[in-house]
Design a binder for this molecule. Structure first.
Ligand code: VAH
Length: 320
């Protein structure tokens, strides 16, 4: 039976993955952790084991692994792209030294590791359309550098020490539970909140900027399905291209207008996040994930918009 430790569990992915994993593996078998408890996640913290962990503190992480008999670490603690450009030192430290501590623990204690990569591994020299699984990866952001280095480190620990490491290259993730922080794709989450609250949104990403995106339920399926996939079928491991949809601000606005006809989209482009977005692919080839572990997304843009607006309407108590 899996005994899972999730680091960064109170973030955008972790807060929903923890609920899903507790449904699958049992509350007592999913230990969530973050830098500190958050009042906003009181229910999640109270419905299973919670520990305060800073991934920079390997001894503390080892203490928790021993306390619960952990056999799997899902390492979500990370600094994202936009924050990473403001604080490249912190981004390297958390994303690389944190991952190194997780992998060293996994080597010493024979643990499995899942840690997400990102489409941020790709840069200006990468083919932009149907970006291949195996291609040029020369990112121009510190976040992207840590994700390329992280993929290589995870592969090294698999080949050198036999640590079962697996990961996916997430596109922008859209969800209604926990707001993302410090990402370039965050506009695609904020637009739904603003559409409901104010009927308008000023995007920091420019019109025509296509990026790969995914609804959180599909992202959670990807993590669970890859973690449980037959190891002998995995060729790529760290990390798989996965894709669901690709859109620009105008397209997501048009999808919202099917529910909120008067929605107004304006622009106040942030040059830093625009430059990051311009360096990322327009669309990905995810055939390797489909072939090696049966990846198959369920949500396209209009399905996601309908569900997001329904869930946010309840969460914000705003009628559509
Ligand atoms: C970011 N949401 O914007 C993250 C993600 C592909 C984007 O890695 O930094």
């Amino acid at each position: 039976m899996r005994k899972i430790l999730i680091t960064g569990a109170l973030g955008q992915i972790g807060s929903e993955l923890a609920v899903r994993m507790r449904d699958v593996y049992g509350n007592a078998n999913v230990i969530i952790s973050d830098l500190k408890a958050k009042e906003t996640h009181k229910e999640l913290i109270e419905n299973g084991p919670f520990e305060v962990i800073d991934v920079m503190d390997k001894d503390r992480m080892a203490e928790v692994v021993d306390k619960y008999g952990i056999n799997t670490i899902v390492n979500l603690a990370a600094i994202l792209s936009a924050t990473g450009e403001a604080r490249p030192d912190l981004c390297w430290s958390i994303n690389m030294n944190g991952l190194y501590n997780v992998l060293e623990l996994a080597r010493e204690k024979k643990l499995s590791v899942f840690t997400p990569s990102s489409i941020a591994v790709f840069g200006d020299l990468t083919p932009k359309d149907s970006t291949p699984q195996d291609t040029v990866m020369r990112p121009g952001t510190m976040y992207g550098v840590t994700k390329v280095a992280g993929e290589l480190l995870c592969d090294y620990y698999f080949h050198k020490f036999g640590v079962d490491t697996r990961g996916v290259r997430f596109p922008g993730l859209i969800s209604y539970d926990t707001l993302p922080g410090g990402g370039t794709t965050d506009y695609a989450v904020h637009i739904y909140y603003e559409a409901l609250k104010n009927g308008k949104y000023s995007s920091f990403i420019d019109k025509g900027t296509k990026m790969d995106m995914m609804y959180m339920p599909d992202a959670l399926d990807a993590i669970l399905n890859l973690m449980e996939a037959d190891s002998s079928r995995l060729i790529h491991r760290n990390a798989f291209n996965i894709a669901a949809m690709s859109f620009d601000p105008e397209e997501i606005a048009a999808s919202i207008r099917k529910h909120i006809p008067g929605f107004v989209l304006e622009y106040d482009v942030d040059p830093i996040r625009q430059a990051i977005a311009d360096s990322w692919p327009n669309s990905l080839d995810d055939s390797a994930a489909r072939a090696e572990w049966g990846w198959a997304p369920k949500y396209l843009l209009d399905d996601m918009t309908k569900d997001m607006l329904e869930k946010l309407s309840k969460k914000l108590n705003i009628k559509i």
